[in-house]
Ligand binder design. Sequence first.
Ligand code: NAD
Ligand code: MG
Length: 396
Amino acid sequence: MKKVTLLGATGSIGQSTLNVIKANEESYKLHSAVANYNVKGMVDIVKNFAPERVAMYDSKSAGELKDALVSLKLKCDVLSGFDGVCEIAGDGEAQQVVAAIVGAAGLKPTLEAVKSGVEIGLANKEALVMSGTIFFDAVKKSGSRVIPIDSEHSAIFQSLPEQAQNTIGFCDLDALGVRKILLTGSGGPFRQKSLDEFDSITPAMAVNHPVWSMGPKISVDSATMMNKGLEFIEARYLFNASDDKIEVLLHPQSVVHSMVSYVDGAVLAQLGTPSMQTPIARSLAYPERVAAAVEPLDFVNMQPLSFDKPDFKRYPCLKLAMEASRLGQGATTALNAANEVLVQCFLDEKIRFTDIAANCRKALDHFACEQCDNLDDILRIDKEARSYILRIIDRD
Ligand code: NAD
Ligand code: MG
């Protein structure tokens, strides 16, 4: 029985992870779970999965959860606040920690899990975008290993040889004969929308992804393709790849989840029905495979598959992230922070869709030369970039 700790349990990835655990009850046990303030969601998790302990980041919600569990006569320790979240993340008692908190909030808890030396199923790409180098220094030090959950990175992982799978963060792509990593992306809901209508895009339109059902932040990131940009940076760190080893391809059907092109002309890909339960199952079961409650691909009735180059005029955020990647960790941290604030402002209807890219550009220019090689610097730049963006928005 493999014990699993789930960070971000009430979210989209959290729920998909619970579906996979439920489909394989004889193999996996939810050891503990963490969320922000969704008390009802956490009560259901305690009821259905009986974890030993849980934590709510929001302390008022932790109090409400305790009361709810007492009245339902459910036994489970409830921790609260940032310390409670980090305590559960880093207790080292589960064999795998699934890191699925959204955004920069996941950085410290995920690093605590890495430091405890257990296996990490990594969904929280922002953590890696902010801290790639120190993240993998910590992996090396603790003997932890990372198995990607982001679907593209899971596909790349599966298309690389075992030697690379065993050295995530440190593999030598040239020695393995890798020509290019081909990172695919659907292009989101506005792939064919006229560019002069972009100013009038509403949050409801942006979160309505044609293929994937996801949390609000990553849905907006998919519409701007900042998501693919963050994934570009994520791929660099996971596969120890230089910028020119990664090529982004538009693939609207989201059937090919990414590919690896080798020097001999061979291209290996992972295909599947679009469902996060496949990469989650891959991560939990590796090196074995378990059922993920996902429909198999129907090759006969599927839409023809198409591939194209992304247009940077349509997706300026993708270009910004690739630029930040070349500049270094200070720039990627600042861009990530700016984007997170701007996406929330867009969801709150305080700015337009096109203001996300325009203000990310300003943040990247402002923080381009920031260097950082330790966690304190990363957290400082994250904080400064957030206040910088809020000042700009208030001024405009
Ligand atoms: P979501 O918004 O649906 O869920 C986020 C979860 O994080 C919730 O459980 C929330 O309670 C928790 N959370 C937020 N702030 C917290 C805090 N400070 N402390 C503790 N818990 C906190 O997001 P999601 O779509 O599930 O995405 C989660 C992560 O996985 C993101 O980094 C995203 O980029 C990545 N990811 C998601 C998908 C997907 O299909 N949803 C695919 C690939 C990667
Ligand atoms: Mg992805």
